[in-house]
Design a binder for this molecule. Sequence first.
Ligand code: C2E
Ligand code: MG
Ligand code: MG
Length: 598
Amino acid sequence: MPGRMTARAKGSADDSVATNARPATHSADQRAGTHPDAPAGEYAALLRALPYPAALIHQRANMIEILAQNEEFSQFFEEVEGAQPAIERRANRQFDWRERAEAMFQSHRPSDRFEMEFQGQLGTRVYGCSLSWVEGNGISESLLLLAATDRTSERKAESTLRKELLTDSLTSLPNRTGFVEQMEFQLDSPKGDVQRSHYAVIALDLVRFSRINESLGAMAGDELIITVARRVKSVLRAGDILARIGGNEFAIFSHVGHGLSEVLQIAERIRKVFESPIRLSTYLISVEVAVGCALGQETEGDAENLLRQAQAAVKRAKRSGALEVYRAHVLREALKRFTVENRLREAIETGTLELAFQPLINLQDESVKGFEALARWNDPVLGQVSPTEFIPVAEESGLIVPLGRWALCECTQTLANWDRRHGEQLPITMNVNLSPVQMVRDNVPRAVEEALRYSGIDGKRLTIELTESALISDPDKTRQLLAALQAMHVTVAMDDFGTGFSNLASLQALPIDVLKIDRSFVKDMIGDKDKVALIRAIISLAGALGMKTTAEGIEEKAMAAQLADLGCHFGQGYFFAKPLTSAEAYDYWVARNRETRI
Ligand code: C2E
Ligand code: MG
Ligand code: MG
């Protein structure tokens, strides 16, 4: 133990006790407590007059020594020296008084009060201790008076009372206060195990319990509660805490490494345990339990809050009849969505959205085939928001219509600007994404026609990227739209192919020109024979249907090479370039065009 000093053997003439040593015996002289330096008998008389254990302490050569002590202290000393630390250590409870005395000698603070708690031969013992300086003691060095008062019975009574206050007398389970306290203890104690850092509070509510109480009487009601508690307890795991938090409400605290799936298992076990009715004297009562739960993680919220959330969930469970889960992030997400929607509306109105352009490369000759326009939003409040976050919000709120129109106009306009800058028409195309929601809500052929007309761009140079879900939602409308686009010579590409439910055969009937193989296939293709076989199949089927293929998410040279070998026409990915600003994209084309020409 740091700061604890080694025993120092003292001559028999010296009465003081090097307290770090455990003296084999305590002589009567030592108990009388005289010291060669001290005015004889003065302290002994003073200490003897005190009705509780008391001793004078000094520090010599870094050793804490007892200079004089009374009879009561000798007994106390022996008891402490033979004791073990208390099983459960509490704040401001001390096992070794020497540590506190040492600290006093170092800090010279005026006084100190603390409690000592230890496992003596008679069980847990608690002493209230005080340390204070003895002024004008007639000797040159500083002396401390240590006084200890036995508080064991007081504390025992307190602890019994506390236990009663925290326990439900009917079931002997913790009550609401006790439950929260135990939860707090669990949440505060370090786990060191990631699995254990997830926890759940499962709240149970006995439906129609008051009716049983009314019709069969309070005694029967009590019996029912006891049986329910016993049954629930029988299906819990070691370490789970069950409590009765209200008249007909129970709660369980449980560490759940696997989150919700583990909660579902616990809920299922509870449901099963109530499949058989409960016998109360001559009645058989079917008990219905509503179950609600709240999941938490180490860093989130407090115990009381988690319990309230579980109770809110159980309230809903009573109405729905199913297990309800309170998810804190549901509310947070709703709020975030609301903010995103409002800020996005403003961004569209004030024209602060931007487009980034990612090159599409011809894998066979490495020339730049064109660019895909991707929306970018840097909000002054929210920062850079990803399209994977704001596009769904835009779709849900209808903002996708003005956003999609803007993207169409902006990308064709950019292409026209590049042409102007180059002095002649660039041999490249522009891809733009079209949301299925816009297909339903907007007059897309008209929007496309306008964008082409305003920019003066030929329909041949524009590619509209659709997703599979667009084809499924309204096949008739899709067919009409595709026909209209075909009439304007606009190319149609199927984006993220392979992630939806459509099959190649269903695409056969539609005028689709390009299949974009989703990044999820391309990502781990190197060394994965199954993935490669799948990509090969898509490419050959697409070829049979007269479609070209583009591979998304090419991040390595080896992928580009293998895809080219497989006969894939175009590629896109970080290996070639990340999405670029308009100026960067133009420069990219210029540089690349020079290279491929050479
Ligand atoms: P998408 O149309 O499939 O676009 C490709 C996405 O993959 C882009 O993400 C691009 O940055 C990313 N990407 C490209 N190469 C790589 C690569 O090598 N590795 C990885 N990890 N990612 C790569 P982004 O820009 O975040 O866009 C996400 C999606 O949001 C787009 O997927 C598209 O569906 C949608 N989106 C973006 N802009 C618009 C728009 O103007 N209108 C509509 N309706 N949707 C848009
Ligand atoms: Mg796309
Ligand atoms: Mg895609």
